[in-house]
Design a protein around this ligand. Structure first.
Ligand code: PGA
Length: 244
Protein backbone atom coordinates (compact mmCIF):
# COMPACT_ATOMS: atom_id res chain seq x y z
CA UNK A 1 0.00 0.00 0.00
CA UNK A 2 1.20 3.51 -0.80
CA UNK A 3 1.91 6.05 1.96
CA UNK A 4 -0.78 8.63 2.81
CA UNK A 5 0.81 12.02 3.32
CA UNK A 6 -0.50 15.41 4.33
CA UNK A 7 2.20 18.11 4.11
CA UNK A 8 1.77 21.72 5.22
CA UNK A 9 3.72 24.30 3.21
CA UNK A 10 3.84 27.41 5.37
CA UNK A 11 5.59 29.46 2.66
CA UNK A 12 6.90 32.78 4.05
CA UNK A 13 4.68 32.73 7.11
CA UNK A 14 5.51 32.35 10.83
CA UNK A 15 8.49 33.36 12.90
CA UNK A 16 10.43 30.89 15.07
CA UNK A 17 8.29 31.59 18.15
CA UNK A 18 5.09 31.25 16.14
CA UNK A 19 6.36 27.95 14.77
CA UNK A 20 7.10 26.68 18.26
CA UNK A 21 3.57 27.52 19.45
CA UNK A 22 2.08 25.87 16.36
CA UNK A 23 4.07 22.65 16.80
CA UNK A 24 3.21 22.43 20.51
CA UNK A 25 -0.50 22.76 19.69
CA UNK A 26 -0.33 20.40 16.69
CA UNK A 27 1.42 17.73 18.77
CA UNK A 28 -1.53 17.83 21.19
CA UNK A 29 -3.85 17.18 18.24
CA UNK A 30 -1.92 14.19 16.86
CA UNK A 31 -4.23 11.65 18.55
CA UNK A 32 -7.11 13.01 16.40
CA UNK A 33 -5.25 12.06 13.19
CA UNK A 34 -5.17 8.38 12.14
CA UNK A 35 -1.63 7.03 12.41
CA UNK A 36 -1.86 5.84 8.78
CA UNK A 37 -1.58 9.50 7.69
CA UNK A 38 1.92 11.01 7.79
CA UNK A 39 1.67 14.72 8.56
CA UNK A 40 4.67 16.86 7.66
CA UNK A 41 5.19 20.52 8.55
CA UNK A 42 7.34 22.73 6.28
CA UNK A 43 8.18 26.05 8.01
CA UNK A 44 10.50 28.72 6.56
CA UNK A 45 14.25 28.24 7.14
CA UNK A 46 14.51 30.49 10.21
CA UNK A 47 11.75 28.56 12.01
CA UNK A 48 13.18 25.09 11.29
CA UNK A 49 15.31 24.78 14.48
CA UNK A 50 12.38 25.80 16.70
CA UNK A 51 10.00 23.46 14.85
CA UNK A 52 12.42 20.52 15.08
CA UNK A 53 13.04 21.14 18.78
CA UNK A 54 9.36 21.49 19.63
CA UNK A 55 8.43 18.44 17.58
CA UNK A 56 10.84 16.18 19.49
CA UNK A 57 10.58 13.66 16.67
CA UNK A 58 6.78 13.45 16.90
CA UNK A 59 6.08 15.33 13.66
CA UNK A 60 8.38 15.14 10.65
CA UNK A 61 9.66 18.56 9.59
CA UNK A 62 10.46 19.63 6.03
CA UNK A 63 12.20 22.60 4.43
CA UNK A 64 10.83 24.48 1.42
CA UNK A 65 14.00 24.59 -0.68
CA UNK A 66 17.74 23.77 -0.64
CA UNK A 67 20.82 24.12 -2.82
CA UNK A 68 22.25 21.13 -4.69
CA UNK A 69 25.80 21.60 -3.39
CA UNK A 70 26.72 20.63 0.17
CA UNK A 71 28.64 23.87 0.69
CA UNK A 72 30.22 26.64 -1.35
CA UNK A 73 30.11 30.31 -2.36
CA UNK A 74 26.32 30.54 -2.75
CA UNK A 75 25.21 33.59 -0.75
CA UNK A 76 21.79 33.18 0.79
CA UNK A 77 21.55 29.44 0.14
CA UNK A 78 21.07 26.46 2.48
CA UNK A 79 22.35 22.92 1.88
CA UNK A 80 21.12 19.42 2.70
CA UNK A 81 23.71 18.74 5.47
CA UNK A 82 22.62 21.99 7.19
CA UNK A 83 19.01 20.80 7.17
CA UNK A 84 19.86 17.26 8.25
CA UNK A 85 21.79 18.49 11.27
CA UNK A 86 18.64 20.20 12.53
CA UNK A 87 16.61 17.01 12.22
CA UNK A 88 14.81 18.01 9.01
CA UNK A 89 13.59 14.95 7.08
CA UNK A 90 11.83 16.34 4.00
CA UNK A 91 12.36 19.15 1.51
CA UNK A 92 9.90 20.65 -0.99
CA UNK A 93 11.67 21.15 -4.33
CA UNK A 94 10.59 22.88 -7.53
CA UNK A 95 7.52 24.59 -6.07
CA UNK A 96 5.93 26.74 -8.79
CA UNK A 97 6.58 29.88 -6.71
CA UNK A 98 10.30 29.08 -6.83
CA UNK A 99 10.16 28.38 -10.55
CA UNK A 100 8.12 31.55 -11.19
CA UNK A 101 9.73 34.13 -8.89
CA UNK A 102 13.26 32.76 -8.47
CA UNK A 103 13.99 31.34 -11.89
CA UNK A 104 14.27 27.68 -10.94
CA UNK A 105 14.61 25.53 -14.00
CA UNK A 106 13.94 21.82 -14.54
CA UNK A 107 17.70 21.31 -14.49
CA UNK A 108 18.05 22.99 -11.08
CA UNK A 109 15.17 20.90 -9.72
CA UNK A 110 16.87 17.78 -11.05
CA UNK A 111 20.14 18.61 -9.33
CA UNK A 112 18.41 19.46 -6.06
CA UNK A 113 16.34 16.26 -6.13
CA UNK A 114 19.42 14.10 -6.71
CA UNK A 115 21.33 15.93 -3.95
CA UNK A 116 18.48 15.60 -1.46
CA UNK A 117 18.12 11.87 -2.07
CA UNK A 118 21.85 11.32 -1.91
CA UNK A 119 22.10 13.01 1.47
CA UNK A 120 19.10 11.23 2.97
CA UNK A 121 16.40 13.92 2.75
CA UNK A 122 13.06 12.91 1.25
CA UNK A 123 12.20 15.35 -1.53
CA UNK A 124 8.63 16.42 -2.24
CA UNK A 125 9.06 17.40 -5.88
CA UNK A 126 6.39 19.80 -7.08
CA UNK A 127 5.15 20.07 -10.66
CA UNK A 128 2.16 21.77 -12.25
CA UNK A 129 0.97 23.63 -15.31
CA UNK A 130 -0.08 27.29 -15.77
CA UNK A 131 -3.63 28.11 -16.84
CA UNK A 132 -2.90 28.72 -20.53
CA UNK A 133 -1.31 25.27 -20.84
CA UNK A 134 -4.35 23.64 -19.22
CA UNK A 135 -6.68 25.59 -21.50
CA UNK A 136 -4.96 24.49 -24.66
CA UNK A 137 -5.14 20.87 -23.55
CA UNK A 138 -1.39 20.32 -23.06
CA UNK A 139 -1.33 19.92 -19.27
CA UNK A 140 -0.46 16.20 -19.15
CA UNK A 141 2.40 16.59 -21.60
CA UNK A 142 3.74 19.66 -19.75
CA UNK A 143 3.59 18.04 -16.31
CA UNK A 144 4.99 14.65 -17.30
CA UNK A 145 7.88 16.40 -18.99
CA UNK A 146 8.58 18.29 -15.72
CA UNK A 147 8.48 14.98 -13.85
CA UNK A 148 10.86 13.22 -16.25
CA UNK A 149 13.23 16.18 -16.20
CA UNK A 150 13.33 16.26 -12.38
CA UNK A 151 13.90 12.53 -11.99
CA UNK A 152 16.18 11.81 -14.91
CA UNK A 153 19.18 9.70 -14.02
CA UNK A 154 18.07 8.70 -10.52
CA UNK A 155 18.86 5.13 -9.52
CA UNK A 156 15.76 2.93 -9.12
CA UNK A 157 16.45 2.58 -5.39
CA UNK A 158 16.02 6.37 -4.91
CA UNK A 159 12.32 6.21 -5.75
CA UNK A 160 11.48 4.68 -2.35
CA UNK A 161 12.20 8.01 -0.65
CA UNK A 162 10.55 10.22 -3.22
CA UNK A 163 7.24 12.09 -2.98
CA UNK A 164 5.68 13.99 -5.89
CA UNK A 165 3.17 16.82 -5.67
CA UNK A 166 0.96 17.88 -8.56
CA UNK A 167 -0.07 21.49 -8.06
CA UNK A 168 -1.75 23.21 -10.99
CA UNK A 169 -0.51 26.82 -10.78
CA UNK A 170 -3.99 28.26 -11.39
CA UNK A 171 -5.29 26.40 -8.33
CA UNK A 172 -2.64 27.61 -5.85
CA UNK A 173 -3.97 30.13 -3.36
CA UNK A 174 -6.89 30.99 -5.63
CA UNK A 175 -9.73 29.03 -4.06
CA UNK A 176 -10.21 27.51 -7.53
CA UNK A 177 -9.28 23.90 -6.77
CA UNK A 178 -8.82 21.35 -9.54
CA UNK A 179 -11.71 18.97 -10.08
CA UNK A 180 -10.76 15.73 -8.22
CA UNK A 181 -11.33 13.53 -11.28
CA UNK A 182 -9.16 15.83 -13.45
CA UNK A 183 -6.46 15.77 -10.75
CA UNK A 184 -6.69 11.99 -10.59
CA UNK A 185 -6.37 11.74 -14.36
CA UNK A 186 -3.18 13.79 -14.14
CA UNK A 187 -1.87 11.50 -11.39
CA UNK A 188 -2.42 8.52 -13.68
CA UNK A 189 -0.48 10.26 -16.45
CA UNK A 190 2.32 11.00 -13.98
CA UNK A 191 2.37 7.49 -12.58
CA UNK A 192 2.52 5.89 -15.99
CA UNK A 193 5.20 8.23 -17.41
CA UNK A 194 7.96 6.35 -15.54
CA UNK A 195 7.53 2.74 -14.33
CA UNK A 196 9.47 3.53 -11.12
CA UNK A 197 6.60 5.80 -9.99
CA UNK A 198 4.20 2.91 -9.39
CA UNK A 199 4.49 3.09 -5.60
CA UNK A 200 5.55 6.71 -5.16
CA UNK A 201 3.07 8.81 -3.14
CA UNK A 202 1.42 11.47 -5.33
CA UNK A 203 0.02 14.51 -3.53
CA UNK A 204 -2.47 16.99 -4.91
CA UNK A 205 -1.97 20.67 -4.04
CA UNK A 206 -3.93 23.81 -4.84
CA UNK A 207 -6.64 25.27 -2.59
CA UNK A 208 -7.00 22.08 -0.54
CA UNK A 209 -9.21 22.52 2.53
CA UNK A 210 -10.74 20.29 5.20
CA UNK A 211 -13.99 20.50 3.20
CA UNK A 212 -12.61 19.22 -0.13
CA UNK A 213 -9.79 16.85 0.84
CA UNK A 214 -12.01 13.74 1.08
CA UNK A 215 -13.03 14.02 -2.58
CA UNK A 216 -9.34 13.80 -3.58
CA UNK A 217 -8.57 11.05 -1.09
CA UNK A 218 -11.33 8.85 -2.54
CA UNK A 219 -9.73 8.77 -6.02
CA UNK A 220 -7.55 5.88 -7.15
CA UNK A 221 -4.22 7.68 -7.53
CA UNK A 222 -4.14 10.64 -5.14
CA UNK A 223 -2.30 9.65 -1.97
CA UNK A 224 -2.40 12.89 -0.06
CA UNK A 225 -2.13 16.66 -0.19
CA UNK A 226 0.36 19.52 -0.15
CA UNK A 227 -1.46 22.31 1.62
CA UNK A 228 -0.58 26.01 1.77
CA UNK A 229 -3.08 28.44 3.25
CA UNK A 230 -5.14 25.83 5.06
CA UNK A 231 -2.06 24.51 6.90
CA UNK A 232 -1.38 27.75 8.77
CA UNK A 233 -3.75 27.05 11.64
CA UNK A 234 -2.90 23.92 13.66
CA UNK A 235 -6.50 23.03 14.50
CA UNK A 236 -7.66 23.44 10.91
CA UNK A 237 -4.70 21.48 9.55
CA UNK A 238 -5.31 18.65 12.02
CA UNK A 239 -8.94 18.48 10.87
CA UNK A 240 -7.80 18.41 7.27
CA UNK A 241 -5.30 15.61 7.94
CA UNK A 242 -7.94 13.60 9.80
CA UNK A 243 -10.35 14.02 6.84
CA UNK A 244 -7.66 12.64 4.52
P1 PGA B 1 -2.63 26.62 -1.29
O1 PGA B 1 -1.11 26.40 -1.68
O2 PGA B 1 -3.10 25.41 -0.52
O3 PGA B 1 -2.66 27.86 -0.47
O4 PGA B 1 -3.40 26.73 -2.59
C1 PGA B 1 -0.60 25.11 -2.00
C2 PGA B 1 0.88 25.19 -2.27
O5 PGA B 1 1.35 26.16 -2.86
O6 PGA B 1 1.63 24.27 -1.89
Amino acid sequence: MRRRICAGNWKMFKTASEARAYVDRFADLLPTIPSSVETILCPPFTALPAACEASRGRIPIGAQNMHWENSGPYTGEISAPMLLELGVQFVILGHSERRQHFGETDEMVRRKTAAALQSGLQPIVAVGEPLDVRERGDAAQYVTSQVRAALEGLPNTAFTDLVLAYEPIWAIGTGRNCDPSDANEMMQSIRSCMPQLRNVPLLYGGSVKAENIAAYARTSDIDGALVGGASLDPDGFARLAAAL
